[in-house]
Design a protein around this ligand. Sequence first.
Ligand SMILES: [Zn+2]
Length: 388
Amino acid sequence: MDAAGLKVRVAERVDARADALDRLALEIHARPELAYEERFAADALASYLSREGADVRRSAGGLETAFVAEAGSGRPVVAILGEYDALPGVGHACGHNLMGTAAAGAFLALRDVAGDVKGRVRVVGCPAEERGNGKVALIKAGVFADVDAALMYHPGDRDELDPLMLAMVTLDVELRGKAAHAAAEPHEGINALDGLILGWNALSALRLVVRSDSRLHGIITDGGKAANIIPDRAAARLMVRSPDNAYLGELRQRVLACFEGAALATGCELRYEWSDVCEVVRTNRPLAEAFSANAGSLGRSLQPRRPADTHGSTDMGNVSTVVPGIHPFLAITPGPVPGHSIEFAAAAATPRALETMRVAAKALAMTAIDVLCDPSLARRAREAHAGR
Ligand SMILES: [Zn+2]
């Protein structure tokens, strides 16, 4: 069977599983779980793959809520990635309930035609996108070492082929002071909260003189225990983002200096910890063009990046740095709806969202068919990745 025939076939195989995929997406939506705690979602997806006959390796890469399954043999290797973690307070406000299911649907459809193509397809269940960089651990564990193309999509409010996803690093700061009675002996204390606020204000001032395409933001996670005690501990979690990996490196030194200065000024001790860095997503042009053509055949018109468009960050950036990859957005809403909002969480359980999830599964599977059937595509993707 030729590539065109195989694409028709994988689309049919996604449709054949539509009810099961929809149900899974809604079940995961109804039980939002935070990063590295996605036990229900990971189990639901892995169990479904097993019931369909796939040999699923759970706890892949040593991560309890990761899984991997594979079909076919030889090269090339196409990885299809799915996420399933949620956000605190707002549930599936990033629509990840629609990503693991799309990846599972695409993988099973490809598995059904594995006998007719050369190469392998690997579905990778990726925990902890919202916090914790699960894919960084999976990269270190070698899950992508032999991968020729890493494909995923993300639900959004616009069909976007090459969204700008910022580099990001998280900084946890902790100021240590000395507790004392806030009225009787305040002079005996060292106020860690004042130290933190001073650093916070320095950060706000810094924001005015950094590149306008970069972002500094965060939350205070500990501001003391009681109003009548001088706080001996205060803490914050901050995020530093930039579309430029090198500028991010500069910014992080300046952000840290805000809190070093504040600690010095207030006599506090500063402790801090940086997370792994999320790198900028490098959209692989040949793979993106293939995905765009396939999504186009399914009635979706993916738009190029607009200068004013802003997004968050993703550990898919790290995957796309080590192997050719794509991370397009497909709209699940009729118009603009901000991500990470209650409204987006509601949108992620609508018939429109489920339909988009099935379109994504088909477009991902069809793009995998392109890679498996056309050796020149894998070569062009490799060359583009190497910058040639
Ligand atoms: Zn997301």
